[in-house]
Write a protein that binds this ligand. Sequence first.
Ligand code: SF4
Length: 258
Amino acid sequence: MEEREGIVFDIKELSLYDGPGLRCTVFLKGCPMRCVWCHNPEGISPEPEIMRSAFGTRMVGARYTASALTEKIFSYLPLFKRPEDGITFSGGEPMTQAEFLADVMRRLKGRVNMIVQTSGYAKRPHFAAVIREADIIYFDLKIMDGKLHKFYTGVDNALILENLKYMNDAGYKYRIRVPLIPGVTDTPENYRGIRDFVRGNLCDKNNLTGLDLLPYNPSAGGKYKGLGREYSPGFDESRAVRIDPGCLRETVKEVKVL
Ligand code: SF4
């Protein structure tokens, strides 16, 4: 039987914001969302593509079989000395390659700590197949108002919230991550919306380990040009982000600003 193939657009050997400890992050290509602030535009198309930069031209996106990617990840294992060190799968949206990813994760299970970062925008069978293999899930929560969510990300948030609740109720260990985008996700209404959703739907178990606030990175637009696209985010990038962990600390035991 032929092996499943997936497409990876980057492997970062030392990442700082993708989990605790020393992490190696594998970025899977493809995302069904279109967040106006996306800082990984090369992760959106599911296919390899050409990217230009000051250093020249390169193809973004390499095909791996599940066994080849597993072997590659095995080569990093000697770097990991502590239990919290490990691999983070990110994207794009890694669930767009759910069968491939779940296959790789099953091969690695028990050998290394595994985090999956997801927007939660995935069909339930795909979502369930991946989260069951992870040690912890980092779940992005962006905008609570459905209409604004659709406006800024291109998709409705109902499926995302259903998957979040499913993950919570099923007892999986997870962490919420909120990108703070000026005037978009950092509004008082959105902070309150997140707090109220957590309070009303997610506080009955102890599997929510904390919440991270990730202030907008002003260099986000840099890669668009290299892909022949224009970055026009539609919000005021120069405006300072509102950082209000206090609002969320009313319901989540650990809130960090990264
Ligand atoms: S979900 Fe993430 S990868 Fe997808 S468009 Fe939004 S920011 Fe970019």
